[in-house]
Ligand binder design. Structure first.
Ligand SMILES: NC(=O)c1ccc[n+]([C@@H]2O[C@H](COP(=O)([O-])OP(=O)(O)OC[C@H]3O[C@@H](n4cnc5c(N)ncnc54)[C@H](OP(=O)(O)O)[C@@H]3O)[C@@H](O)[C@H]2O)c1
Length: 300
C-alpha cells in the first residue's frame, strides 16, 4: 500500500488523486485533518499520528512540509523518517528541491532530509523538484497591482532567469515512480528506483522581461520590466505581512535569480514524463489572472 502525505496541498493532492485512478494500486491519503476513514491523520508535528498513520504502508510518498523555520522543518522531517523506520515502511519517495536551488536558503532542510533518509533502513528515491511555475507568479504578484497602475514591473531579478516546472508534471513523475515501486514490491522485487535521485528541473526559464510580458497579457496593458535592488526589495517585503523566515527565503530566491543560479541546464523531467513538459507561460498568465490582478487593473 502507498500512502501520500499532504493531500490537502497542491502537489500531494494531485499525486493522491492520480494514484487513486491507477488500476491495481492501493493508495491512502495522509493529512493533518484525516479522520481515519477517508484519509489517515498524518501530522509531522505529532509523532503519535505518524505511528498510527504509517501502519501497513509499503511505499511512503513523503511530501515536504516546508512552510516554517528550519528548526521546525528539520524536527518534523526527522520525525517522519524515524516513524517510517519504526513502522517498517519499505520505500520512501521524498519530494526535495532541484540542484539549481542548492544556494537557496530553502535548500538546507531539503538537503538535511536527504542525508537523514540516506541513513535510514528503507529504500529511498529522491524527487528533486524544480521550482513551481507559481514561484515567479508569487514574486510577480507582489508588484502586479503597481504594474497595473504604472505599467512597470519592478523586481530584483537583474538579468537572470528562473527555470520553472508545472506542478502537474512533477505529480505525474511522482505517480509513475511510486506506482512502479509498488508494483515491484508486490512482485517481491527491489525497485529500480531505489537509491535514485531525479533532478526534475523545469525546461522553461522565466526572467523579469518575461514576467512583464505575462503581466501585459494578464492586465491587458503594456508592462515594462525594471530591475530593482535587493535592499529596495527587502524594505518592501518588511511591510508585506510575510513571516520573517519567508522574507529571508524570498530574498534568497531573488538573489539566486539575479546571480544566474536558478537557470537549469539539465533535467530528468523529460525522460520520466510520457509527453513533453507542460508549457508554463499560460499557467503563469492564468495564475496572475486568478490572483485578481486583472480586475484590480480594471478598477484602478
Ligand atoms: N518546488 C517548489 O517550487 C516549492 C515551492 C513551495 C513549496 N515547496 C515545498 O513543496 C511542498 C508541497 O508544495 P505544495 O505546493 O503542495 O504546498 P501546499 O499546497 O501549501 O501544501 C503543503 C502541505 O503540507 C502539509 N503539511 C504542512 N504542515 C504539515 C505537518 N506539520 N504535517 C504534515 N503535513 C503538513 C499540508 O498538508 P495537509 O494539510 O494535508 O496535512 C499542506 O497542505 C511544500 O510544503 C514545500 O515544502 C516547493
Amino acid at each position: 500500500m502507498i500512502l501520500v502525505t499532504g493531500i490537502s496541498g497542491g502537489i500531494g493532492g494531485l499525486i493522491f488523486r492520480r494514484l487513486s485512478d491507477q488500476d491495481g494500486i492501493d493508495v491512502v491519503g495522509g493529512t493533518r485533518s484525516g479522520d481515519g476513514v477517508t484519509a489517515r491523520r498524518i501530522d509531522f508535528d505529532d509523532p503519535a499520528s505518524l505511528a498510527d498513520g504509517l501502519r501497513g504502508v509499503d511505499v511512503l510518498v513523503f511530501v515536504s512540509a516546508g512552510y516554517a523555520e528550519d528548526d521546525v522543518v528539520l524536527a518534523r522531517h526527522g520525525a517522519v523518517v524515524d516513524a517510517a523506520e519504526a513502522a517498517g515502511v519499505r520505500h520512501v519517495v521524498y519530494t526535495s528541491l532541484a540542484r539549481s536551488g542548492d544556494m537557496l536558503t530553502i535548500a538546507l532542510p531539503h538537503r538535511w532530509t536527504e542525508a537523514r533518509l540516506a541513513e535510514a533502513s528503507f529504500d529511498v528515491t529522491i524527487l528533486r523538484n524544480g521550482l513551481y511555475a507559481e514561484v515567479p507568479v508569487g514574486l510577480a504578484t507582489t508588484s502586479a497591482a503597481l504594474a497595473a497602475e504604472t505599467g512597470v514591473f519592478a523586481a530584483a531579478f537583474g538579468a537572470g532567469q528562473v527555470s520553472v516546472v508545472a506542478k502537474e508534471d512533477l505529480a505525474d513523475v511522482a505517480v509513475r515512480v511510486a506506482a512502479e515501486i509498488q508494483r515491484d514490491l508486490s512482485a517481491s522485487r527491489r525497485s529500480h528506483h531505489a537509491g535514485k535521485t531525479y533532478e526534475l528541473e523545469g525546461v522553461e526559464a522565466i526572467g523579469g522581461q518575461d514576467i512583464a510580458e505575462v503581466l501585459s497579457d494578464a492586465l491587458d496593458r503594456p508592462v515594462h520590466y525594471q530591475p530593482i535592488s535587493l535592499s529596495t526589495t527587502r524594505k518592501a517585503l518588511a511591510d508585506s505581512g510575510l513571516e520573517p523566515y519567508q522574507i529571508t527565503h524570498t530574498l534568497s530566491i531573488f538573489s539566486n535569480i539575479s546571480a544566474g543560479y536558478l537557470q537549469a541546464h539539465d533535467t530528468d523531467l523529460t525522460a520520466l514524463l510520457p509527453a513533453e513538459p507542460r508549457p508554463v507561460r499560460d499557467q503563469i498568465v492564468q495564475a496572475v489572472k486568478e490572483g485578481g490582478y486583472q480586475s484590480r487593473s480594471v478598477s484602478s
